[in-house]
Design a binder for this molecule. Structure first.
Ligand SMILES: Cc1cc2nc3c(=O)[nH]c(=O)nc-3n(C[C@H](O)[C@H](O)[C@H](O)COP(=O)(O)OP(=O)(O)OC[C@H]3O[C@@H](n4cnc5c(N)ncnc54)[C@H](O)[C@@H]3O)c2cc1C
Ligand SMILES: NC(=O)c1ccc[n+]([C@@H]2O[C@H](COP(=O)([O-])OP(=O)(O)OC[C@H]3O[C@@H](n4cnc5c(N)ncnc54)[C@H](OP(=O)(O)O)[C@@H]3O)[C@@H](O)[C@H]2O)c1
Length: 547
């Protein structure tokens, strides 16, 4: 996790490194983007990466229980047949360490490290119209110039530590799950307070509870969760995967959310109550994100959604023995899957342990952090460690931390002051030759992300190849195309129940002061892909191309 210290005064005396392209970030997106630019297009390209290793999300999120929610055979690249054939996943849902091994293997196999500059945080990126080049500055005082900048900084890479009064006075240790220490944290015999019950909190609580003397979970918004039913992969399943790479690849590219399962064509309301219960039971037993594929209208009809919500709330009440705790956990105020639906390994069961308790912050809010723990309205909770499972300044946070300036000195902060505005989540009007991998306005976080990432990187690579072939020096999304696209993104969200979770990070609602706007594109991956393909086929319609 080591980051270089503050900028040195040597900063601007060194000559700038000149490149064709700079990629920011060495996660799933950046690694594949470097490979495409360097090995397919023959460009000089480098990744600049804050961390001292590759992996992105999986480098930073080393909290106990960190695990993938996409099934392993779909949480991978599909661009290389050899890579698919030589890699074998061990579990249905790979843990953090296994995904890290995979991404390190990719970096080594394609010899990517020689073009990655680690321990390098990008602090600013400024477009110079006269040279049609980006000037990129890093925290350790290096300067780079490049014709293209590809931002692959991640949708969930800017940790959100809430501003709770008194944190600086806390005498114990505290950690954010998205900046977890590499050496791990010793919970044995410790009183631990965990704030947050999103996907992360739901994964980590049962594991922390195994060794902590006591775990207090501070819950602001109760959440749904479905069992993951993780298990080692059987030899038969591994063989199936090896024999069906192409079919699996076709499947994930054909579904609306990039996962290798189809959504049932049935409505939850067209079957009898008995039949519905049977189908939900079967989905609960199967486990995983595909629970939400049980019926086609779970995300579009409130009445249909209510049936899933009631089923899960019923399960919570069955599992959790203490009635008051069960009620607080099942008191969920938003439609099922309107926030990213977590999957878990014994989350609700953890509350049956003697050493786990729940504080319902809706009834008993946090007043402050004290040197000895957390003071809520009703009592003081003595703690040795506080774990912030409080999520991220999602989708825009990482890029807005960089001082990005486009044409005529326009800052990204100004361009996005009412919320992120992009065309297709790929480009921003006013910022020529800057591309965003899984930027706001693209399906990104609503999709199995390696699928969304490969689609974006392939599109960007083909666009840059087209520019070279046609002698085009500059590409920039037009204001009109961006306006139309924002309307499309809003309409797609409004056709679903997703905006009804008014406290969701999809809307930016988890970060005080952040503009409220539904950020990912909810119209589905196939529809989205056709917009992108059509724009390209029509000579990059919606973009201004300058020779
Ligand atoms: C705990 C967790 C579990 C997840 N599980 C799943 C899952 O099961 N399925 C799924 O589809 N998605 C999942 N996701 C989403 C996950 O983020 C993506 O799947 C994927 O890993 C994103 O890759 P990326 O390259 O776009 O971004 P990241 O992996 O976030 O990589 C971005 C990189 O950019 C670097 N960076 C950021 N700012 C700068 C800067 N200014 N200068 C230099 N470098 C910078 C960061 O250090 C980071 O290494 C999960 C996310 C989290 C947090
Ligand atoms: N395996 C996986 O696939 C996996 C695992 C982890 C994360 N992820 C991805 O990362 C995303 C983020 O997940 P996350 O769980 O890290 O974050 P999250 O979904 O944003 O959840 C954060 C939690 O912290 C709470 N919180 C935030 N600020 C608070 C405050 N000031 N006081 C009290 N509670 C506060 C939130 O409550 P409110 O709901 O009230 O705001 C919420 O319960 C997921 O949605 C998913 O896309 C994926």
């Amino acid at each position: 996790m080591s980051e270089p210290a503050s900028p040195s005064t040597r900063a601007h005396s060194r000559p700038a490194t000149e490149l064709d392209a700079i990629v920011i970030g060495a996660g799933f997106g950046g690694l594949y983007q470097l490979l495409c630019l360097r090995d397919r297009l023959g460009l000089s390209a480098q990744i600049l990466e804050t961390a001292d290793g590759v992996g992105g999300t999986w480098y930073w999120n080393r909290y106990p229980g960190a695990r993938c929610d996409s099934v392993s055979h779909s949480y991978c690249y599909t661009f290389s047949r050899e890579l698919l054939e030589e890699w074998e996943w061990s579990e249905r849902f790979p843990g953090q360490a296994e995904v890290m091994r995979y991404l390190n293997h990719v970096a080594d196999r394609f010899d990517l490290r020689r073009d990655i500059r680690f321990n390098t945080r990008v602090t600013s990126a400024m477009y110079d119209a006269a040279s049609n080049r980006w000037q990129v500055h890093t925290r350790d005082g290096h300067r780079f110039t490049a014709k293209y900048v590809i931002a692959a900084l991640g949708c969930l890479s800017s940790a959100n530590v809430p501003d709770i009064p008194g944190l600086e006075s806390f005498a114990g240790e505290w950690y954010h799950t998205g900046q977890w220490p590499h050496e791990g944290v010793e919970f044995t015999g410790k009183r631990v307070g965990q704030i947050g019950t999103g996907s992360t909190g739901i994964q980590t609580a049962p594991v922390i509870a195994e060794t902590a003397s006591h775990l207090t979970v501070f819950q602001r918004t109760a959440n749904y969760s479905v069992p993951a039913r993780n298990a080692p992969l059987t030899p038969e399943f591994k063989r199936y995967v090896h024999e069906h790479h192409e079919e699996i690849g076709r499947l994930v590219r054909s579904t609306e959310n990039g996962h290798p399962f189809e959504v049932s064509p049935r409505s939850a309301l067209e079957v009898s109550a008995q039949e519905r219960e049977k189908l939900y039971e079967a989905a609960w037993e199967t486990g995983g994100l595909q629970f939400r594929a049980t019926f086609e209208d779970l995300l579009s009809s409130k009445a249909a959604n209510d049936t899933a919500a009631q089923f899960i709330k019923g399960k919570i009440r069955q599992i959790v023995k203490d009635p008051a705790t069960a009620e607080a956990l099942a008191d969920i105020d938003h439609p099922y899957a309107a926030k990213r639906p977590p999957i878990d390994t014994h989350y609700f069961e953890a509350f049956n342990r003697d050493n786990v308790s729940l504080v319902n912050l809706r009834a008993d809010p946090i007043e402050r952090i004290t040197p000895r723990g957390i003071k809520t309205a009703a009592k003081h909770h003595d703690l040795d460690i506080i774990v912030f499972a409080t999520g991220f300044d999602a989708m825009t946070g990482a890029l807005l931390k960089v001082d990005v300036r486009g044409r005529d000195g326009l800052t990204l902060k100004d361009a996005w002051k009412a919320g992120p505005r992009t065309y297709l989540g790929l480009q921003i009007a006013g910022f020529p030759n800057l591309f965003t991998v899984t930027g706001p306005g693209s399906p990104s976080v609503l999709c199995n992300m390696p699928v969304a990432i490969e689609q974006h990187v392939d599109w960007i690579t083909e666009c840059i190849a087209y520019m070279a072939e046609h002698g085009i020096e500059r590409i920039e999304a037009t204001e009109q195309a961006a306006d139309r696209w924002v309307d499309e993104v809003n309409a797609a969200a409004d056709a679903t129940l997703l905006p009804r979770a008014t406290h969701s990070w999809y809307l930016g609602a988890n970060v005080p002061g952040k503009p409220r706007m539904f950020m990912p594109y909810a119209g589905g991956m196939t529809r989205y892909r056709s917009f992108c393909d059509q724009a390209a086929a029509n000579g990059y319609e919606g973009f201004e191309l300058v020779r």
